[in-house]
Design a protein around this ligand. Structure first.
Ligand code: ZN
Length: 280
C-alpha cells in the first residue's frame, strides 16, 4: 500500500512539473511544448538532470546552475501540491475511473489557482478544455443530479443513468456560472473592489467546476470560496491597510474550494442534509 502511495506521489510530482510550464507560459499565450525550459536570466536550457521535480531544486539549492539566479520557490511548491492532491484523490476514490476524473480536475484547478494568483488570469484554453472534459466524463461517471432529480420526480419524470448524469453536469455548470455573478458582485462590493476585476474567467472556472461536480458541490464551492476569500481579505485589510484596494484573486479561492469540495464535499453535504432533515 505504501508503494502505491509513493508511485502516485511521484506521478503527481511529474505532473506538477508540467503544470509549472502551463502556469508560467499560458497566461503569456506561449506554447507549452516548445521551446524547452530555460533560465529566465541567462537563457541556458535546463539540463534534464536539473529538471527532476523537487529533487533538482534541493540539489541546486534553489539557484540556476549557470548564473546562480534564485529559482522561484513556486516551482517546487506546485510540484509538491500536485503530488499531495494526487495522493488525497487516491485516498478518497481509490484507483479507478473516478480517480482519473478527480485527479484531472485537481490538476486543472492547480493551474488556474496559480495563474489567477500570479497574473490575475484564468486562461480560456484550460477552462474550455475542462468544460469539455467534464461533460465527457459525465457520460461515464455519474454526476450528482440533485436537486434536478427531486424536481423531475415531483413532476413524475424519472431521470436515470446517463441522461441524469449529463443533466447534472449541464445544470451544475449553468448554476455555477450564473450564480457566480451574484456572489462575485457581493464579494467585490464587500471587499471595496472596483468591478473591473470581476472577470469572465471566474465564470468559466465555475462552468468547469459545475460540469465535474453537479449542483450541490458547485454551490458548496461558491459558498466556501466566497466565505474563505472574504474572511481572508477582511482580516488582511484589517491587519495591514496596504491591502485596501488590493485585487484579490477570487479564482484562486474558488479553485481551492473546488478541490476541497471534490475531495471532502460529499461528507460535508451529507452531514448538512442529515442535520437539516433533508436527507432521503
Ligand atoms: Zn541562469
Amino acid at each position: 500500500m505504501v508503494t502505491v502511495y509513493i508511485i502516485i506521489g511521484l506521478f503527481g510530482l511529474c505532473f506538477g512539473s508540467f503544470l509549472n510550464v502551463c502556469i508560467s507560459r499560458l497566461p503569456k499565450g506561449e506554447s507549452i511544448v516548445l521551446p524547452r525550459s530555460h533560465c529566465p536570466r541567462c537563457n541556458h536550457a535546463i539540463r534534464w538532470y536539473d529538471n527532476i521535480p523537487l529533487i533538482s531544486y534541493l540539489v541546486l539549492r534553489g539557484r540556476c546552475r549557470d548564473c546562480h539566479v534564485p529559482i522561484s520557490p513556486l516551482y517546487p511548491s506546485v510540484e509538491a501540491l500536485s503530488a499531495l492532491v494526487m495522493i488525497l484523490t487516491f485516498r478518497v476514490y481509490g484507483l479507478g475511473p473516478e480517480f482519473i476524473k478527480y485527479a484531472l480536475l485537481g490538476m486543472l484547478l492547480i493551474v488556474l489557482i496559480f495563474t489567477d494568483l500570479l497574473d490575475r488570469r484564468i486562461p480560456h484554453v484550460i477552462t474550455i478544455f475542462g468544460i469539455s472534459l467534464g461533460l465527457l466524463f459525465s457520460f461515464f461517471i455519474p454526476v450528482d443530479d440533485r436537486p434536478l432529480g427531486w424536481i423531475f420526480r415531483h413532476w413524475g419524470i424519472f431521470l436515470d443513468g446517463i441522461p441524469a448524469s449529463v443533466a447534472g453536469a449541464v445544470v451544475g455548470a449553468l448554476v455555477g456560472g450564473g450564480l457566480f455573478y451574484a456572489v462575485g458582485e457581493a464579494f467585490y462590493h464587500w471587499g471595496g473592489k472596483e468591478k473591473e476585476y470581476l472577470g469572465f474567467g471566474d465564470v468559466m472556472l465555475m462552468l468547469m467546476v459545475g460540469t465535474f461536480l453537479g449542483v450541490p458541490l458547485t454551490l458548496m464551492t461558491i459558498l466556501l470560496g466566497s466565505f474563505g476569500g472574504s474572511i481572508l481579505a477582511l482580516t488582511m485589510t484589517a491587519i495591514n491597510s496596504r491591502f485596501r484596494g488590493y485585487a484579490w484573486p477570487f479564482g484562486t479561492f474558488l479553485g481551492i474550494a473546488a478541490i476541497y469540495a471534490a475531495l471532502n464535499g460529499n461528507w460535508l453535504l451529507d452531514g448538512y442534509l442529515r442535520i437539516s432533515g433533508m436527507a432521503g
